[in-house]
Write a protein that binds this ligand. Structure first.
Ligand SMILES: C[S@@+](CC[C@H](N)C(=O)[O-])C[C@H]1O[C@@H](n2cnc3c(N)ncnc32)[C@H](O)[C@@H]1O
Length: 311
């Protein structure tokens, strides 16, 4: 089962009206989407996901709430193209990033270092590129680079070295095989600070799904698409995603540095967005759902085209 993270807060910050047009970029198991749908009886929901299994489950949930929605089975990197095709400018857009609990729990998907499975980690089952290629074909330097960059793993080089050495005798086929190689290549002390494979698995998953680039593009497009007065809510689960969101939100909500000293800021240079919230889950939510521990919700609002807030 998937427990939606920061559900109440994200729904509240979306400022839903009866007739709002909302995009859920990450439908998942429909937790956020079904709550949104219930609050927009005269509006419309467009929900994206690239995972067919998630869509199958979420469809049942949404159908029991209403019929004013469309599920778009594609990567959210295509948000602009898909909304332009439909001539839509939404009142709100939600991103709830990462993988869902069922994706993690289903051993076959190969996301978990606790369950034995083929190295996979694709969110979109139609993609060809999997964790197997990353682990068995990437050269040493590239492995070190992704473990550092996407996993912030301080033992990146020893882990990459161990992988390359192991590959000299046989291919690395499974998640547990990889987890064991990682465990054996880090100091004993490090093994006691949480599972030593956690960061490397995160890094490989980000690489397989090109998660950071895709998110950057989609968030930038979402800012162009959202209507004046509309909001974008982003729930992130690790510092890399959160940093991207924070940087982009800061950039679009502030006056360019070189103009800040001007006595009057010309209308065209006034920021088109204002940051509305930056919150973490409550203690209670973290107690009830450990997956929410590292989550953060950032919210931004598009002010109207004259640099003023919509009433
Ligand atoms: C954390 S779950 C969303 C859970 C959902 N909000 C709920 O309450 O049930 C993230 C979902 O987003 C999907 N996803 C992640 N990145 C995506 C992308 N680039 N394009 C489309 N879907 C994506 C995943 O397949 C997963 O189903």
């Amino acid at each position: 089962m998937h427990i939606s993270v920061l559900l109440e807060e994200s729904i509240r910050y979306l400022n839903l009206k009866d007739n709002s047009v909302i995009v859920d970029a990450t439908l998942g198991y429909g937790g956020h989407s079904s709550n949104i749908l219930a609050k927009i009886p005269k509006g419309f929901l467009y929900a994206f996901d690239q995972d067919k299994e998630a869509i199958k489950e979420a469809s049942k949930k949404l159908a029991s709430v209403g019929s004013n929605y469309e599920i778009i089975n594609t990567n959210f990197v295509n948000i602009k193209e898909e909304l332009n095709k439909r001539n839509i400018r939404p009142d709100g857009i939600l991103f709830d990033l990462g993988v869902s609990s069922p994706q993690l729990d289903n051993a076959e998907r190969g996301f978990s270092f606790h369950k034995d499975a083929k190295l996979d980690m694709r969110m979109n089952q139609d993609d060809k590129f999997t964790a197997y290629e990353v682990v068995n074909e990437y050269p040493y330097e590239k492995l070190v680079d992704i473990f550092y960059k996407y996993g912030e793993e301080k033992y990146a080089s020893s882990i990459a070295k161990a992988i390359i050495q192991y590959r000299e005798t046989k291919k690395i086929e499974s998640t547990l095989e990889l987890a064991e190689i990682i465990k054996e290549s880090v100091p004993e002390k490090y093994r006691r600070q949480g599972h030593p494979a956690r960061k490397v698995f995160q890094a490989i998953r980000i690489e397989v799904n090109n998660e950071l680039e895709v998110f950057k593009t989609a968030l930038t497009d979402a800012l162009d698409l959202v209507k004046p007065g509309g909001r974008i809510c982003v729930i992130t689960f690790h510092s890399l995603e959160d940093r991207i969101c924070k940087q982009i939100f800061n950039e679009v909500s502030s006056i360019p540095k070189e103009l800040r000293k001007l006595p009057v800021i010309p209308k065209e240079y006034k920021p088109k967005f204002k940051v509305v919230a930056n919150i973490a889950p409550s203690k209670k939510e973290i107690e009830e759902n450990a997956r929410s521990r590292s989550a953060r919700l950032r919210v931004i609002e598009r002010v109207n085209d004259y640099g003023e807030e919509k009433n």
